[in-house]
Design a protein around this ligand. Structure first.
Ligand code: OSB
Ligand code: MG
Length: 373
C-alpha cells in the first residue's frame, strides 16, 4: 500500500547557462516547483512540476500549478491508501479538469516513492527494458543561420543523435537549409511550437524536401484536425507535442492521420499512467514515440529517462545531460552523456536513480509549503 503522509512543496530558481528561445518566448531562468513526498513506510522520493513561469507553451504556469497542487491535487492523495501508483491518475482525474502538469508532479512522485518502497529502479518498476537512451538536443532559435550551424556542429561532435531546430516564421527555411547543407546526413528535425497556420504553409512546404525526421507541432497548441489537413500536404511526418494531452488525443491523431510520431512529455499528459497508455497505444498502431523535455532539473530528468526506457521510445529523446542546461544541477550524480550520445538508465539502485542535493535545494528555495504530518 502506498500512503503519502507528507508533501513538501518548494519553488527553486535555476538560471539556464544560455537563454532558450522558442517561437513563443525566451527562457533565461527556470522557476521549478519540486515536491518531496514521504510515504507512511518511510520511503521518500522527489518529483518536479514542468510548468514554467509563463503560459506560452500550454496554459499552466508554476503559479497555477502551485494553487492546483495545494488546493486540489495534494488533498486528493494525502493520507489515502493506493494499492498501486497506477491508481493515482484516475483519482486525480475524477471531476477535476485540466491542471495536468500539477497532477503529473504528484502522480510521478508516487511512482518514485513506489520504486523506493519496492526496491526497484523506476525504469524497471514501469516495465522499461532499455539500458541506455539515445539523446537528442533541442537548439533554440539562433540569431543567424551560421550561429545555428555552429551549434549543430558542436552538438554532433559531442555525439548527439538528433538535432532539433526551433523555428518560427522568418527564422525557418534559411536556418534549416543551412543546417542541412552543412550536415547532409544528420538526423535533423524542426519544432515550431504552434507558430504556423494552414494559411501560412509555404515555409513548411519549402522545408519538406530537406529530409527532416519530423515537423513538431507546426499548428495550434490544441489542434488535431488541421494537422491532418497539413499532413496530407507534407511528406515529412508531423509529430504532435502540445496537442497530445491524453490517450484520447493520441487516438484522435491516429484516427485522423494528423501526425505519425508522438512526443511524450509525462508532465504534459498528467504523469506516467497516461504516458504509458499513450506509449502502448502508439506501439500497437505502429507509431514511434520519443520523450520530450521541458528543461527539467535533474529530478524531472530522472523520470524522463525512466520513461524513455520503455520499448516503443524509438527516436532519440530531449534528455540532454545536466551540463547542457545548468552550471550545477540539483542531483548527484549529474546526468551525463556517453561519447556515443546516450544516457545510461540508472539500474544499480532503487528509486529515481540520483540523490537530490538537499543543501543546494534549500539554497535555491524561494518559497516552501509543508502539507501533511
Ligand atoms: O516544445 O519541446 C518543446 C522546452 C520548453 C518548452 C517546449 C519545448 C522545449 C524543448 C526543450 O524543446 C527540450 C529539452 O528539455 O531539452
Ligand atoms: Mg515541442
Amino acid at each position: 500500500m502506498l500512503e503519502i503522509v507528507r508533501i513538501t512543496l518548494r519553488e527553486i530558481r535555476l538560471p539556464l547557462r544560455e537563454p532558450f528561445q522558442i517561437s513563443s518566448g525566451t527562457m533565461t531562468e527556470r522557476r521549478i516547483a519540486v515536491l518531496e513526498l514521504q510515504d507512511a513506510s518511510g520511503a521518500v522520493s522527489w518529483s518536479e512540476c514542468v510548468a514554467d513561469a509563463a503560459p506560452n507553451y500550454l496554459p499552466e504556469t508554476i503559479d497555477t500549478a502551485w494553487l492546483a497542487l495545494v488546493q486540489w491535487a495534494i488533498p486528493r492523495v494525502l493520507g489515502q491508501r493506493f494499492s498501486a501508483p497506477g491508481d493515482v491518475h484516475a483519482a486525480l482525474e475524477r471531476d477535476f479538469r485540466g491542471h495536468l502538469m500539477a497532477k503529473a508532479a504528484i502522480e510521478m512522485g508516487m511512482w518514485g516513492v513506489e520504486a523506493e518502497r519496492t526496491g526497484l529502479p523506476l525504469s524497471r518498476l514501469i516495465g522499461g527494458t532499455r539500458e541506455e537512451i539515445d539523446v537528442g538536443i533541442s537548439l533554440g532559435i539562433q540569431a543567424t543561420p551560421e550561429a545555428l550551424v555552429e551549434k549543430a556542429r558542436a552538438a554532433l561532435a559531442e555525439g548527439y543523435r538528433k538535432i532539433k531546430i526551433k523555428i518560427k516564421p522568418g527564422k525557418d527555411v534559411a536556418y534549416v537549409r543551412a543546417a542541412r547543407e552543412a550536415f547532409p546526413a544528420a538526423p535533423l528535425m524542426a519544432d515550431a511550437n504552434n507558430a504556423y497556420t494552414l494559411d501560412d504553409t509555404s515555409a513548411l512546404l519549402a522545408m519538406d524536401g530537406l529530409g527532416l525526421m519530423m515537423f513538431e507541432q507546426p499548428l495550434a497548441w490544441d489542434d488535431v484536425v488541421r494537422h491532418a489537413e497539413l499532413q496530407r500536404r507534407l511528406k515529412t511526418p508531423i509529430c504532435l507535442d502540445e496537442s497530445i494531452t491524453s490517450l484520447e488525443r493520441a487516438q484522435d491523431m491516429v484516427t485522423l492521420d494528423a501526425g505519425r510520431i508522438i512526443n511524450i512529455k509525462p508532465g504534459r499528459v498528467g504523469g506516467f499512467t497516461s504516458s504509458i497508455a499513450i506509449h502502448d497505444y502508439a506501439e500497437s498502431n505502429g507509431i514511434p514515440v520519443w520523450c520530450g523535455g521541458m528543461l527539467e532539473s535533474g529530478i524531472g530528468r530522472a523520470y524522463n529517462v525512466a520513461l524513455a526506457s520503455l520499448p516503443n521510445f524509438l527516436k532519440p529523446g530531449d534528455v540532454s545531460p545536466s551540463a547542457r542546461y545548468w552550471s550545477r544541477d540539483v542531483v548527484t550524480p549529474e546526468w551525463t552523456m556517453t561519447p556515443a550520445g546516450t544516457v545510461r538508465v540508472p539500474l544499480d539502485r532503487p528509486g529515481i536513480g540520483v540523490d537530490v542535493d538537499r543543501d543546494r535545494i534549500e539554497d535555491l528555495t524561494v518559497r516552501k509549503e509543508v502539507i501533511g504530518a
